[in-house]
Ligand binder design. Structure first.
Ligand code: ADP
Ligand code: MG
Ligand code: MG
Length: 882
C-alpha cells in the first residue's frame, strides 16, 4: 500500500478529488500546491492508515516508516533544512484532517522538532532569539497537551504568572530571557506531571505527534461532533506533516483566517481577521482580539487598529488575488488560513466555508445569477436542514431592549434563555426543557455538547472566526462573541457588566445579527420569507416531482403551512381537537358511557364542534386536498385525570362518580399502543366514526356552498386487514349518502388508509381494492416493524447507533433496510391492484431529507410534514429529484 502522498514545490501526488484518502485538508493542500500557490511542502499519511492503525491495536505497520522517511526527505530537499539538525533545523506541524471538516475537533501540533539544541540553531538561523524561544514554549505547551495528555491549564497558569511577575498585559511583551525561563518552567512542569522529561528526540516527537493525531479521531468530543453531524465513525482522519512557516517572526510576520464572502450574511466581500507576530492557533483561540483584514471591514466595525490592507498593503494585494483564484477554482466560498513570514505569504488551508443559512442562500443565488453555478447546483448547495434557522423568529424591532453589552454578531438569530456558565450545566438545564444561553469567556472544543444543548452562545473573548463563532454558525445557534465588557466568573457563577451582576439561571437575550446582549427576555417576530429564500425555493419547486403537504390540525397551523408552501394536508389528527376545554368532558362522557345510547348522546354534543373545526380547515385549505384521519389514539389518553374531572363527567352524563371510576378501571390497558385504538375503535363503536364522517361531509358541503373547492380525503388508521377497511368504508359511504340527501348536494371524496402495520404492508394488494390512497404512517410502522417503542427508545438507541448496530435513529431517518422495504413492497402491491392509487407518507420522516430521498426513489406522490418543515421538504424533494 501507498500510505504517504507528498505535496509542495509546485506539484503534488494528489488533489481535491482525493478527499476520501487524504482528508479535506490534505487534498486541498495538494490541490493548492499543484496549481502553483505558495504552500509549505509536506506529506499526507492517508485515512487508510488510520483504519489500519486501529486494526493493529493502535500501532503502525512496519512499511509506514520508510514512507514517512521519504516524506521528510522531500520536505528537507525543498526547504534546504534538516529535521533535528543543530544548524538551520527543519520544524514541522503535524495536522489532523478528516474527509469532512470537523473544525477544532481533532488535534494539531506546531513547531515540532524543537529541543534544547535545535532551539539555538533556530535562533541563529532566524537571527532572532526571542522568536525561537517563543516557538519552543508554544511547542512544549501544545505537545504536552495533545501528545502527552497533560492539562493545558498547567501551562496557561505558568504563562499568566510569568506575565504578572513582569507586569505585562500581552504575550508579545515577553522577552527572550523571559521565554527561556518560561521554557525551563514548562520542562519542570512536564517532568513533575509525567515523571519523564520532555522528549528531546525529534523522531520520537514526530511519531508521538502522528500517533496522537490518529488517536484524536476517537476522542469523546470528536465522537459527539460526528454523531451530531452524521459523519461515519469508520472514515478515519489523515495526518499532514508540513514544514513550519512562522507568523511569529516579528512585525513583518502575521497569521490570519479569511472567508472569500461574509459567512454571516453571504455578502460578496472578503471577510477575515489577522494578528501580527502570532501563530495560527492564536486567532482561533481568541487569545488576542484580532484585527480586520480589509479596510472596509475595519471601518464598518469602527475598530481602531489598522487592517491588513493598510498595515501590509503588498502582501494583502497578493492575498486578495489568491482569494479570487481559489473561489473561482473551487466555485464556492472558501475559508482560508494563511501565514505571512517576514513579508512572504504562505497558504496553510482552504476549504468550503461554513456559513449561516441566510448566507448560504445569498451565496447560492448570487453565484447562479453570476453564471458561476447553475440553478440546479444552487438548489443542491443548500442543506435543507439549515433552512430551519430561517424559519424561526427574530427580535421584534419595536420591543423594548435593555442592552447591557455589545459584542460581535458572530452567528445570526435571536435567542433568549437562562444563563449557564459551563457546557455541562447548559446540557443539564436543557434536558429539563429550559432554553439556555451558554455564557463563556471563550469556548473550546470541549464545550461542544453544551453549545449544542444551548439555544444561544455568548462569549467575552474571541473574534468572528473564534471557535465559538465558527461552531455556532455551523450548528445554526445564534452567537455573540467577544463581548469584551463582560466579566465572567466561572467559579462564582456570575457575570458582571456595567456594574450589574447576573447569576446562573437568570434570563438574557442575545441578537446574533447585531451583537447586542440584553437583560431579560425580548419579544420576537416571525421571519419574512422573501428575497433569496423565495428565489431559491422557486427554483426548487420547479425541479421537484413530489408534492409537499403538511400535518396540521388547527386553522393557525394550516395557515402557517400554506405560507410555507404546503400543497395540502397529509394528516389532520382529529383527536387533537378533542382536548379543547369545552369538549374533553363530552369525549370522556362518550368513552365512559355504559352503552351505545350513552355514547351517541355524547357524540351528538361533539358533532357540531367537529363540523366547525373542519369548516375552518376547509376554508383555509380551499382548493387543496385535506386528509382527515378518523379517531386513532388509545382511549386512555382521554381518561379523567382527577376527581374534579370525574365530577364534571358525572354532571354532564348523569352517571355516578363511582360507576364512572369503575368503568375507567375496566378500560385500563397494559399496552395501549397495541391496544384498543385506531380502526379497532371504529369496528367496536361504529357510532364514533359515523359521527366524524357526518361532521366531515356536513362541513365539506357547507364550505363548498361558499364556492370554495373542498377536496376531503378520509383516512382510516391502523388497518391490518382488508375486511376492516371494507367495513369502515361502508359506514363512511352510508354517512355520506345520508348527509348528501339531507343537504341536497354532493361532493367528491376519497377513502383511504394508513399503512402502519407490517401486516397491512403485506396485504396491500387486497387492502388496495378498498382504498383510493395509502398514506405510510412510518412512526407506527417503525415501532411495529422494529418492535421498538418510540417513547422508550431513548435509553438504548444512542448506543445502538454508536455501536454501529443501526446506521442512525430510525425514528428520525427511515430504516430503509427494514421499514423501507415494507414501504416499497406495499407500494408495489397496492399499485398492482389499483394502478391509480395515490401514495404518500405522513410520519415524522416526511420532513427528514434522507427519508424524503427514499420517498422519491419509491415514487411516492407526496410527503407530509409539520408546518415548519414544509420548506425543508420542498428543497429536499427537489434535491432528491435532481
Ligand atoms: P484545525 O483543523 O484545528 O484548523 P490546523 O491543522 O489547521 O488545525 O492547524 C491549526 C493552526 O495552525 C492553523 O491556524 C494553521 O494556520 C496553523 N498551522 C498549521 N500548520 C502550520 C505550518 N506548517 N506552519 C505555520 N502554521 C501552521
Ligand atoms: Mg485549520
Ligand atoms: Mg399511527
Amino acid at each position: 500500500a501507498n500510505w504517504v502522498y507528498k505535496f509542495g514545490g509546485g506539484k503534488a501526488d494528489g488533489g481535491t478529488g482525493d478527499k476520501n484518502l487524504l482528508g479535506g485538508k490534505g487534498a486541498n493542500l495538494a490541490e493548492m500546491a499543484g496549481i502553483g500557490l505558495p504552500v509549505p511542502p509536506g506529506f499526507t499519511i492517508t485515512t487508510e492508515m488510520c483504519t489500519r492503525f486501529y486494526e493493529l491495536g493502535e500501532t503502525f505497520p512496519d512499511d509506514l516508516t520508510p514512507e514517512v522517511e521519504a516524506g521528510l526527505d522531500h520536505i528537507e530537499t525543498i526547504t534546504e533544512k534538516r529535521f533535528g539538525a543543530p544548524e538551520n533545523p527543519l520544524l514541522v506541524s503535524v495536522r489532523s484532517g478528516a474527509r469532512a471538516s470537523m473544525p477544532g475537533m481533532m488535534d494539531t501540533v506546531l513547531n515540532l522538532g524543537l529541543n534544547d539544541a535545535t532551539v539555538e540553531g533556530l535562533a541563529r538561523a532566524a537571527g532572532d532569539e526571542r522568536f525561537a524561544w517563543d516557538s519552543y514554549r508554544r511547542f512544549i505547551q501544545m505537545y504536552s497537551d495533545v501528545v502527552l495528555g497533560l492539562d493545558h491549564y498547567l501551562f496557561e497558569d505558568a504563562l499568566e504568572i510569568a506575565k504578572e511577575d513582569k507586569g505585562y498585559a500581552l504575550d508579545t511583551e515577553l522577552t527572550a530571557e523571559d521565554l527561556k525561563a518560561l521554557v525551563r518552567r514548562y520542562q519542570e512542569i512536564v517532568a513533575e506531571a509525567q515523571g519523564d522529561p520532555f522528549p528531546q528526540d525529534p523522531q520520537q516527537q514526530l511519531w508521538g505527534g502522528i500517533r496522537a493525531v490518529f488517536a484524536s479521531w476517537n476522542t469523546e468530543r470528536a465522537k459527539v461532533y460526528r454523531r451530531l453531524n452524521d459523519i461515519p465513525h469508520d472514515w478515519g482522519t489523515a495526518v499532514n506533516v508540513q514544514a513550519m512557516v512562522f507568523g511569529n517572526m516579528g512585525d513583518r510576520s502575521a497569521t490570519g483566517v479569511a472567508f472569500t464572502r461574509d459567512p454571516s450574511t453571504g455578502e460578496n466581500a472578503t471577510y477575515g481577521e489577522f494578528l501580527i507576530n502570532a501563530q495560527g492557533e492564536d486567532v482561533v483561540a481568541g487569545i488576542r482580539t484580532p484585527q480586520y483584514l480589509t479596510k472596509a471591514g475595519k471601518d464598518a466595525a469602527g475598530a481602531d487598529k489598522p487592517s491588513m490592507e493598510e498595515a501590509m498593503p503588498e502582501v494583502y494585494g497578493e492575498l486578495a488575488k489568491v482569494f479570487d483564484l481559489l473561489e473561482s477554482h473551487y466555485r464556492d466560498m472558501q475559508d482560508i488560513e494563511f501565514t505571512v513570514e517576514e513579508g512572504t505569504l504562505w497558504l496553510l488551508q482552504t476549504r468550503t466555508g461554513k456559513r449561516t443559512a441566510s448566507a448560504a442562500l445569498k451565496i447560492a443565488v448570487d453565484m447562479a445569477a453570476d453564471g458561476i453555478i447553475s440553478e440546479e447546483e444552487a438548489v443542491c448547495r443548500i442543506d435543507p436542514k439549515a433552512l430551519d434557522q430561517l424559519l424561526h423568529p427574530t427580535l421584534d424591532p419595536d420591543a423594548k431592549r435593555d442592552v447591557i453589552a455589545t459584542g460581535l454578531p458572530a452567528s445570526p438569530g435571536a435567542a433568549a434563555g437562562v444563563i449557564a456558565f459551563t457546557a455541562d450545566e447548559a446540557e443539564r438545564r436543557a434536558s429539563l426543557g429550559e432554553d439556555v444561553l451558554l455564557v463563556r469567556i471563550e469556548t473550546s472544543p470541549e464545550d461542544i455538547h453544551g453549545m449544542h444543548a444551548a439555544t444561544g452562545i455568548l462569549t467575552a473573548r474571541g473574534g468572528m472566526t473564534s471557535h465559538a463563532a465558527v461552531v455556532a454558525r455551523g450548528m445554526g445557534r445564534p452567537c455573540v462573541s467577544g463581548a469584551g465588557t463582560l466579566q465572567v466568573d466561572r467559579d462564582a457563577k456570575t457575570m458582571t457588566v456595567g456594574g450589574r451582576t447576573f447569576k446562573e439561571g437568570e434570563l438574557l437575550t442575545i441578537d446574533g445579527g447585531t451583537g447586542e446582549v440584553m437583560a431579560g427576555e425580548v419579544a420576537t417576530v416571525q421571519p419574512k420569507l422573501a428575497g433569496d429564500f423565495a428565489t431559491l425555493m422557486g427554483w426548487a419547486d420547479a425541479h421537484r416531482r413530489m408534492k409537499v403537504r403538511t400535518n396540521a390540525e388547527t386553522p393557525a397551523e394550516c395557515r402557517t403551512a400554506r405560507e410555507f408552501g404546503a400543497e395540502g394536508i397529509g394528516l389532520c389528527r382529529t383527536e387533537h381537537m378533542f382536548f379543547d376545554a369545552g369538549r374533553i368532558t363530552s369525549v370522556r362522557e362518550m368513552i365512559l358511557a355504559e352503552d351505545e345510547k350513552g355514547r351517541r348522546a355524547a357524540l351528538e354534543k361533539l358533532r357540531p364542534e367537529q363540523r366547525g373545526d373542519f369548516e375552518q380547515i376547509f376554508r383555509v385549505m380551499a382548493g387543496l386536498p385535506v386528509t382527515i384521519r378518523l379517531l386513532d389514539p388509545p382511549l386512555h389518553e382521554f381518561m379523567p385525570q382527577d376527581d374534579a374531572d370525574f365530577a364534571e363527567v358525572a354532571s354532564a352524563s348523569g352517571l355516578a362518580v363511582d360507576k364512572l371510576k369503575r368503568r375507567a378501571a375496566e378500560l385500563h390497558e397494559f399496552n395501549p399502543m397495541l391496544g384498543h385504538r385506531g380502526c379497532r375503535l371504529g369496528i367496536t363503536y361504529p357510532e364514533i366514526y359515523e359521527m366524524q364522517a357526518r361532521a366531515i361531509f356536513e362541513a365539506a358541503l357547507t364550505v363548498s356552498a361558499e364556492d370554495e373547492a373542498v377536496l376531503p380525503e378520509i383516512m382510516v388508521p391502523l388497518v391490518m386487514s382488508p375486511g376492516e377497511l371494507a367495513t369502515i368504508r361502508k359506514l363512511i359511504e352510508k354517512a355520506a349518502e345520508e348527509v348528501f340527501a339531507e343537504m341536497g348536494s354532493r361532493i367528491d371524496y376519497l377513502v383511504g388508509t394508513m399503512i402502519e402495520l407490517p401486516r397491512a404492508a403485506l396485504r396491500a394488494n387486497d387492502i388496495a381494492s378498498h382504498a383510493e390512497f395509502f398514506s405510510f404512517g412510518t412512526n407506527d410502522l417503525t415501532q411495529t416493524t422494529l418492535g421498538i417503542s418510540r417513547d422508550d427508545a431513548g435509553r438504548f438507541l444512542g448506543q445502538y447507533v454508536d455501536k454501529g448496530l443501526l446506521p442512525r435513529d430510525p425514528f428520525v431517518s427511515i430504516d430503509e433496510a427494514g421499514v423501507g422495504e415494507l414501504v416499497e413492497l406495499a407500494a408495489e402491491r397496492g399499485r398492482a391492484t389499483n394502478p391509480d392509487i395515490k401514495l404518500g407518507i405522513c410520519g415524522e420522516h416526511g420532513g427528514d431529507p434522507a427519508s424524503i430521498a427514499f420517498c422519491e426513489k419509491t415514487g411516492l406522490a407526496y410527503v407530509s410534514c409539520s408546518p415548519y418543515r414544509v420548506p425543508i421538504a420542498r428543497l429536499a424533494a427537489a434535491q432528491a429529484a435532481l
